[in-house]
Structures are given as structure tokens and as C-alpha cells.
Design a protein around this ligand. Structure first.
Ligand code: HEM
Length: 402
């Protein structure tokens, strides 16, 4: 258990970094913004939205609030890749979503449970003999990468490549020239790699998601190679770090909330509601993006057409207008309104998979270790706000074998 530091008084001019104190000051800033400036224009002219009610309304209206930031902000000069579901608007979004939903089914995901259990067990076996390890490096990062790559059907020997690409895409600072170069190179390498696998599946069917995508059709229309490649890349990006961060946030919460670890060990049925409350309190994505397709008014503020808007999921999940005592961790609270996976037509396609991975991983850790503590010998390292992730880069643990 560690004391949560008192927040410093937030200056309203910019969102405070999570790394200052693990988010305490950022949360205080978000609370003030919800009360005083629920719609705020930052110095760069981008608009931030903080209240749950507004975020829910905006995400429920894709005609007025576009997800296609790429073409809207480039004045139509650039287009998002055809399979990047996240950036598509109706009607193209609905078509692609129906198509991938045909293969990304609840049945297919639940059939992955034994595979996830095997992978997680193998990773934990590799740690036997050590009573200290870094959760993120040793477990939380490799687990989702292995799961996504085996889902796609990538050879096991290539998984280290996936790990390197996914890490590089997430951590590189694309606002610097060196970062932009690394990013460009990574995107090219990943694209070439996936394209080769798609071509192989056009030639000969394999038993994997990529083969299903290559052959899937809605109303007689299928996906071309660009679509399959960009969708596969999206799965890798959307499903890797988010799930790893969720696992880190689950273990951090166990350390912060006294008695919770014993309670979960004794009552495994409580792991599912625990996971939902972790998602509410610590959503892996800080915010999502939308662009209004015409001039709009939100909470009394006018926002012009084609303005970049950030919808703060962390703020919506801590909104006292929806959740009573929002800063208390109450695993038994009703959580149907938490928005860690978004809302509306873009609701996360991988939510059941992420929940299942988190719950399987935690169950296995509670089986294996009689005690799990965060090692506070050195300060915890959080992602920068720029990365848009609310969670830990590293999480050193001390464990005692059961
Ligand atoms: C805890 C883990 C995860 C979190 C917090 C998360 C969060 C989100 C959020 C907030 C959105 C909506 C974005 C928006 O409306 O702009 C989204 C969409 C999406 N997520 Fe996840 N995600 C997670 C795991 C996964 C996994 C494991 C996969 C797949 C392997 C995945 C695939 C997707 C896809 C394909 C979309 C786009 C859906 C659409 O546009 O229709 N996610 N995710």
C-alpha cells in the first residue's frame, strides 16, 4: 500500500502530466474543467470535452461528429487506410464493421481462452525462481502480442518483430524529425510484412483470422489487400498496449486497495466486477478524437466545423454527475456507463478479448502467488500524456510463491 499524494493546485492552462504523481493532479484538473470549463479550447485551437453526458452524446452521433480526423483535418488531401475501422465514418464504417464482426465473433474469442491460459502460464513459468520481476516487460506486454499474432496466424518465430513494431509505434515521439523517421520506417516494415502474409493467404487458405478476412464478404463485396493489411495493423496497435496497460492498472489497484487481493483470491467471481471498476477508474486511453462535420454547440460553447476535438474518457469515467464518489474504488458499483471502451458505433471490437485476457491473467497470478506487491524501491514510471495512455511503462513487483 502506498499513500496517494495530495494533488498540487491545478493550473488550468494545460493538462498536468500523469507522471507528476500518478494522475492525482490530472484528476483534480479534470474535475475543475468539468465544473468550470466543460468545453475548453487549448492554445493550439483544439477543443477538449470533459463531461460524461457530452461525450456520450457526441459518440452517439457519427453524422455530426466524424472519426475521420485524417481527411477532415487535411482538407480531403489525405485519406485513412481502408481497413482502419477506427477512422472510418458511415456508411463505409458499417460495411467494414459488419464484415470483420463476421469473423471477430464472441465464439471465436471465447475459443481463445485455453490458448490465452497456455500462453500466460508459459510466461509465468519462465519467471519461476524469481521473487521480483517487471510485470510489464515479463508478462503484460508479451501476452497480448502473442495472443494477437496467433489470432492473425503469424509464425511464432516472428513474434519478436511484432513486439518491436508495436513498441516503436507507441513510444516514438513523431513530433521530432528522428521520431517521424522511425515511425515511417516502422509503418513500412509492418505493412510489407503483413502484405506478404495476405498474399500467401490469397494463394492458399490457412486456419487463422487473416485467411477469414481475406475471404469474408458482405453483400458480395470483400476486402482488398490494403484493407486487410491496415485492419491487421490496427488490431496489433489497438489490442497490444491497451491490454498491457489494463493488466498493469489491475495489479497497481490491488496494491493500493487494502484487503482486495485476499478478497479476490477467495472469491474469483469478484474478478469480473473488479476489472470493470479498474477500467472505470483507470481507462487505458485518456481520450479519443472526433471532428464536427458542421458548426456545433456543446454545453453552450460554439465549436466550428472541422475542429480537432478530444473527448476525455478518464474525465467521463470520473464524472460525479454519473458516478457517486467517483474517486473511490468501489468494485461493486454498477458500471454499465463507464466508457473505457468508447460508446456508439466505434465501441471497441476487442473489448471481450481484453476483458478475458485481463481476467485469465489475474486468476493465474492469484493461483501462483500467495502475495503480490508493487516494489516501491524506485519511483513508478508512467506514460507521458502525449502517448494518450493512462498507465505504467514499467511495474516492478515482489511476489511470494503459493
Ligand atoms: C483494455 C483494452 C482496450 C481498450 C481500453 C480499448 C479501447 C478502445 C476504444 C476507446 C475504442 C473506441 C475509439 C473511438 O471511438 O474513437 C476502441 C476501438 C477499437 N478497438 Fe479497442 N481497446 C482495447 C483492446 C482492444 C483489443 C484487444 C482489440 C483487438 C485485438 C481492439 C480492437 C479495437 C478496434 C478494431 C476498434 C475500432 C472499432 C470501430 O471503429 O468500430 N481493442 N478500443
Amino acid at each position: 500500500m502506498t499513500a496517494v499524494p495530495a494533488p498540487t493546485t491545478p493550473d488550468l492552462s494545460a493538462p498536468p502530466e500523469v507522471g507528476l504523481d500518478g494522475g492525482t493532479t490530472l484528476l483534480a484538473w479534470l474535475r475543475r474543467m468539468r465544473d468550470e470549463q466543460p468545453v475548453w479550447r487549448d492554445p493550439a485551437g483544439r477543443v477538449h470535452v470533459f463531461r460524461h453526458e457530452d461525450i456520450q452524446r457526441i459518440t452517439a452521433d457519427p453524422a455530426l461528429y466524424s472519426s475521420d480526423t485524417v481527411s477532415r483535418l487535411s482538407g480531403g488531401e489525405r485519406q485513412p487506410p481502408g481497413g482502419t475501422l477506427l477512422l472510418l465514418d458511415p456508411p463505409r464504417h458499417g460495411k467494414l464493421r459488419r464484415l470483420v464482426s463476421k469473423v471477430f465473433t464472441a465464439k471465436m474469442i471465447s475459443e481463445l481462452a485455453p490458448r490465452i491460459t497456455d500462453v500466460a502460464t508459459e510466461l509465468l513459468d519462465g519467471l519461476d525462481g524469481s521473487d521480483r520481476f517487471d510485470l510489464v516487460d515479463a508478462f503484460a506486454n508479451p501476452l497480448p502480442v502473442i495472443v494477437i499474432s496467433s489470432l492473425l496466424g503469424v509464425p511464432p518465430s516472428d513474434r519478436p518483430l511484432f513486439q518491436v513494431w508495436a513498441d516503436s509505434l507507441l513510444t516514438v515521439d513523431w513530433e521530432t524529425p528522428e521520431g517521424a523517421e522511425v515511425l515511417g520506417r516502422t509503418v513500412q516494415e509492418l505493412d510489407a510484412y503483413l502484405r506478404q502474409h495476405v498474399a500467401e493467404r490469397r494463394a492458399r487458405e490457412h486456419d487463422d483470422l487473416m485467411s477469414l478476412l481475406v475471404r469474408a464478404e458482405v453483400d458480395g463485396e470483400g476486402l482488398n489487400d490494403d484493407d486487410v493489411v491496415s485492419f491487421a495493423a490496427l488490431l496489433l496497435l489497438a489490442g497490444h498496449v491497451t491490454t498491457a496497460v489494463l493488466l498493469g492498472n489491475m495489479l497497481l489497484t490491488l496494491d493500493l486497495e487494502e484487503g482486495l487481493q485476499d478478497r479476490l483470491r477467495a472469491d474469483r467471481g469478484a474478478i469480473a466486477p473488479f476489472t470493470e471498476e479498474v477500467l472505470r477508474c483507470r481507462p487505458p486511453f485518456l481520450k479519443i478524437e472526433r471532428v464536427p462535420t458542421s458548426s456545433v454547440e456543446i454545453a453552450g460553447a460554439k465549436v466550428p466545423e472541422n475542429t480537432m476535438m478530444f473527448l476525455w474518457l478518464l474525465s467521463a469515467n470520473r464524472d460525479e454527475r454519473v458516478f457517486s464518489e467517483p474517486d473511490r474504488f468501489l468494485p461493486d458499483r454498477p458500471n454499465a456507463k463507464q466508457v473505457a471502451f468508447g460508446h456508439g458505433i466505434h465501441y471497441c471490437l476487442g473489448a471481450p478479448l481484453a476483458r478475458m485476457e485481463g481476467q485469465i491473467a489475474l486468476n493465474l497470478m492469484l493461483d501462483r502467488y500467495a502475495d503480490i506487491r508493487v516494489d516501491h524501491d524506485s519511483p513508478l514510471s508512467y506514460f507521458d500524456n502525449r502517448v494518450n495512455v493512462f498507465g505504467l511503462r514499467q511495474l516492478p513487483l515482489r511476489v511470494r510463491r503459493a
